[in-house]
Design a protein around this ligand. Structure first.
Ligand SMILES: NC(=O)c1ccc[n+]([C@@H]2O[C@H](COP(=O)([O-])OP(=O)(O)OC[C@H]3O[C@@H](n4cnc5c(N)ncnc54)[C@H](O)[C@@H]3O)[C@@H](O)[C@H]2O)c1
Length: 262
């Protein structure tokens, strides 16, 4: 990708948007869109992504899009009343605006929850709950991007819409699409005390690096990776991002184990 590529971040005013706009500001020319203000990105548009006409100009001439905006709640009772506008219509509009704007690279932030039902089955259920007795972390088979998705709720189903639309845009329009099935990024930069955090945690610097690789990696048509730090206990094939994108994580939740009460 060209020096100082122009990158549109949707959801730039949110939690991950705040981490990325700080980490990526010196590397790319950033544009932002959110329905709440985006500090630190001059000229960021305050608008709803459900309004295609309002957001189109932001995409014109950009090199890449990092699509973060969504309702990120993944509780089973989350309603379609917000998932349809914020995760489905908004995502459709962002792909369409990227297409009309001539954007080549599209990074879609999905979630491990699209495969979350695997966590009900052994041995992954044991890893996810911290029942490690007799388990060797290196011997746990990994849920891969080739395995069928098993969404664990309406939020995860809404993310599958964005993944499928990305596949369509890649094949129909030649867009280069990277789907990042994200683990857990906290406001504070460290894993929680629950066992699943030791699987899914993604540190802020690994998040920024993974996003850069998703923007810049060559030879992408349509790629699906799982996003976590180099955590010892894995359920998902987070190694794929290394081979496909050149991701080299530096953090591991295990280094926090002694400081977390369990
Ligand atoms: N934080 C995590 O651990 C995590 C894990 C997996 C996936 N993700 C995904 O990463 C992305 C970012 O998550 P986050 O934690 O920063 O969430 P967040 O809620 O902090 O940020 C999302 C931002 O999107 C904006 N937004 C939502 N709908 C919009 C619309 N219709 N128009 C304009 N703006 C809109 C919100 O105002 C918000 O600022 C989401 O897609 C989420 O599903 C996050």
């Amino acid at each position: 990708m060209a020096e100082q590529a122009t990158v549109v971040i949707t959801g730039s005013g949110g939690r991950i948007g705040a981490i990325l706009r700080r980490a990526l500001a010196g590397k790319y020319r950033l544009r932002g869109i959110d329905r709440v203000p985006t500090p630190g990105v001059p000229g960021a548009l305050v608008a709803s992504l459900t309004d295609l006409d309002a957001i189109l100009p932001v995409f014109t001439g950009a090199d890449a899009v990092v699509h973060l905006a969504a309702d990120p709640r993944h509780t089973p009772d989350i309603g379609w009343d917000t998932l349809i506008p914020d995760n489905v219509v908004a995502t459709a509009n962002v792909y369409e605006a990227a297409r009309q704007g001539g954007v080549k690279r599209f990074v879609f932030f999905s979630s491990m929850h699209v495969c979350g039902m695997y966590e009900n089955d052994a041995p992954w259920s044991r890893v996810a709950t911290g029942d490690y007795a007799g388990l060797d972390p290196a011997g746990v088979p990994l849920v891969t991007a080739e395995m069928p998705a098993r969404p664990d709720g309406p939020y995860a189903v809404s993310k599958m819409f964005g993944e499928a639309l990305g596949k369509y845009c890649a094949e129909a329009y030649g867009m280069e699409v990277v789907v990042v099935r994200l683990g857990t990024v906290g406001r504070e930069d460290g894993p929680g005390s629950d066992a699943r955090s030791f699987v899914s945690w993604l540190s802020h610097r690994d998040l920024a690096h993974l996003t850069e690789r998703a923007i810049d990696a060559p030879h992408v048509t349509y790629e699906v990776v799982f996003g976590a730090s180099d955590n010892t206990w894995k359920i998902y094939d987070t190694l794929r991002a290394r081979s496909r994108l050149g991701y080299a994580p530096r953090d591991n939740a295990e280094h926090f184990r002694a400081t977390r009460a369990r």
